[in-house]
Design a protein around this ligand. Structure first.
Ligand SMILES: *[C@@H]1O[C@H](CO)[C@@H](O)[C@H](O)[C@H]1NC(C)=O
Ligand SMILES: *[C@@H]1O[C@H](CO)[C@@H](O)[C@H](O)[C@H]1NC(C)=O
Ligand SMILES: *[C@@H]1O[C@H](CO)[C@@H](O)[C@H](O)[C@H]1NC(C)=O
Ligand SMILES: *[C@@H]1O[C@H](CO)[C@@H](O)[C@H](O)[C@H]1NC(C)=O
Ligand SMILES: *[C@@H]1O[C@H](CO)[C@@H](O)[C@H](O)[C@H]1NC(C)=O
Ligand SMILES: *[C@@H]1O[C@H](CO)[C@@H](O)[C@H](O)[C@H]1NC(C)=O
Length: 504
């Protein structure tokens, strides 16, 4: 069985048996093209200055080489901040595994609530991503081998955030301004962990779609694909059955003489490259990411998509015009993910472009981010397969010459028996999850205490709450955001009260 990289916001590895290590971003995505919902209202709100901070390479030991530094990028918006004299709050986005500008553009929520809170906005880029590259900003050097990549880890990233926030507050003489951290996906995991590890630096965390329980044996390895399966099944049984059946049909066709040419024609694949595995990979990528970004309004997060894209895919599959031609039906579904703009002339299966610079996740997934997500049971919309740690370990050995440490995240941050552990320890964390998001299976879905709360949206997808609002937003989404704003207001009130109590 071969490994494949699904990329995510979190890249994960998938052993959907097909192809070799492939996919990054299967993308015809235009980085300069703002989402349509953003285009309408965000353009004037989305503004920031870019800053660089001289960050230390290794926070955790005192070897001479640890003292090397690099330039860490952060984005700042002080348009709404009412200043340090008023101890006005600071909202910090804990950057994830990609270019921080991309996450910033997709986190309209912070821009939209900043005026209400008179908050300073800070978006910090994660080390080794975007422009925050150690080794003099030289990405090739930084990514050369395990000796250089060894400094890419979540614990270093959290220490970077703490260092930078403390220094920034000093510079602004805002040491008493409360800091609230925000993050989605891996950034959400970082936000939650930051609150647990650095309670003296932040008063609370909004951790959106943060699968902090997708480690070790806490979450079933089938959960991720089961949720995708339910997303499609929920639209129509036929849609589910057609997709479930397509893998074998592709396999059977590929075996026949002229089979690959037939597949090329059916799926409008470019002349440069086709293989059975890469085609299956390309299709499953479309289903995985469409399920993740099944937003209620048109979006451009990974690719441009219509509102409720899973429904649109199933409409294409259920379309009676395509009769019994399963390839034509599934082509129609893929076309929604890969060609919503209508500009694609053919689909390039050999496209390994990575427009958002997410490649470092491969290293992270080979060291600490061992998240078992790619089991498929017999109900799965994908071919049956088992999550296989050894397969991951072999990949990491051959790719980087390293052995993953699958137990490190739960050792460092916890996760086992989280309800019991955090009931008495920790406070002020919101875990948001949309249940359509395959990552929600590894999320915190139940309140842990009065101040560590789970907000669940049955219809929600991957950190939908953090996106720009739109007039077309459904009521449930407005309510989710309203609740989040209320909870954050309470944290702030309590904090200001504690300042007063302390003085008198
Ligand atoms: C790793 O890469 C760095 C930077 O390119 C280089 O100086 C070093 O010799 C390499 N180490 C190994 C073990 O290849
Ligand atoms: C704080 O100010 C110092 C001195 O100007 C500067 O070097 C440093 O980068 C600033 N810190 C941040 C977080 O911008
Ligand atoms: C998960 O469970 C399997 C089988 O029960 C065991 O072999 C493995 O060591 C466990 N992994 C972790 C990270 O606890
Ligand atoms: C095709 O791309 C161009 C340029 O990127 C864009 O202006 C146009 O709207 C696109 N066409 C469609 C149908 O979206
Ligand atoms: C993309 O969509 C346009 C408009 O619907 C269509 O004409 C074109 O054939 C599609 N491209 C591919 C590769 O299917
Ligand atoms: C999956 O397996 C279960 C138990 O073995 C069986 O009851 C069920 O019918 C199977 N489902 C499919 C879709 O094959």
């Amino acid at each position: 069985m071969k490994i494949r990289l699904i990329l995510l916001l979190l890249v994960c590895f998938s052993s959907i048996s097909f192809a070799k290590i492939t996919t990054r971003f299967p993308s015809s995505f235009d980085d300069n093209h703002l989402p349509s919902d953003l285009a309408s209202k965000g353009k004037e709100l989305l503004s920031y200055e870019t800053h660089y901070y001289t960050q230390i390479l290794d926070h955790f030991n005192y070897n001479p080489q640890s003292y090397q530094t690099f330039q860490q990028r952060y984005l700042l918006n002080d348009k709404y901040w009412s200043g340090s004299k008023k101890n006005a709050p600071i909202f910090v986005y804990t950057g994830n595994e990609g270019n921080i500008e991309w996450f910033t553009q997709n986190t309209g929520f912070m821009f939209e609530i900043a005026p209400h809170f008179n908050a300073l906005l800070v978006f910090i880029e994660h080390r080794f991503y975007g422009k925050s590259i150690p080794y003099g900003g030289n990405k090739e050097t930084a990514y050369s081998n395990k000796s250089t990549l060894g400094y890419l880890s979540s614990t270093q990233a959290l220490a970077d955030y703490a260092t930078l926030i403390i220094d920034l507050k000093n510079n602004l003489t805002a040491t008493d301004s409360p800091v609230v951290v925000f993050g989605g996906s891996y950034g959400g995991m970082l936000a939650a962990w930051f609150r647990l590890k650095y309670p003296h630096v932040t008063i609370g965390a909004l951790a959106s779609s943060a699968p902090i329980l997708n480690f070790g044996n806490i979450t079933s390895p089938y959960s991720f694909n089961n949720i995708i399966t339910q997303d499609f099944k929920g639209e129509s049984e036929n849609c589910y059955k057609v997709i479930k059946g397509i893998w074998k049909q592709i396999e059977d066709t590929a075996k026949t003489t002229g089979g690959l040419e037939k597949l090329r024609k059916s799926f409008r694949i470019c002349k440069n490259y086709i293989s059975q595995g890469s085609l299956q990979n390309w299709l499953s990528t479309a289903f995985v990411y469409t399920a993740m970004t099944d937003y209620p309004t048109p979006s451009i997060f990974l690719n441009p998509l219509p509102a409720y894209p899973v429904k649109e895919m199933c409409k294409a599959i259920d379309d009676p015009k395509t009769g019994n031609d399963m390839f034509e039906k599934v082509y129609g579904a893929a076309n929604i993910y890969y060609n919503y703009t209508g500009n694609a002339t053919c689909f390039n299966l050999n496209d390994h472009s990575d427009p958002h610079g997410l490649g470092g996740w491969t290293w992270q997934a080979c060291t600490e981010m061992v998240m078992p997500t790619d089991g498929n049971n017999n109900e799965s919309i994908f071919p049956v397969s088992e999550w296989d740690y050894n397969e991951r370990a072999r990949f990491c050995q051959s790719n980087f010459g390293i052995k993953p440490r699958p137990d490190w995240v739960t050792t460092e941050f916890g996760g086992n028996n989280i309800e019991r552990v955090l009931k008495k320890f920790g406070s002020n964390i919101i875990f948001f999850n949309g249940l359509k998001d395959p990552w929600s299976g590894g999320g915190v879905l139940k309140d842990i205490s009065k101040s560590i709360v789970a907000i669940i949206a049955k219809e929600g997808a991957h950190h939908v709450d953090l996106r720009w609002s739109s007039k077309e937003d459904p009521e449930w989404l407005r309510q989710v955001r309203g609740r989040e704003v209320n909870i954050i207001s309470n944290w702030l009130s309590q904090y200001y009260q504690s300042l007063i109590d302390h003085i008198y």
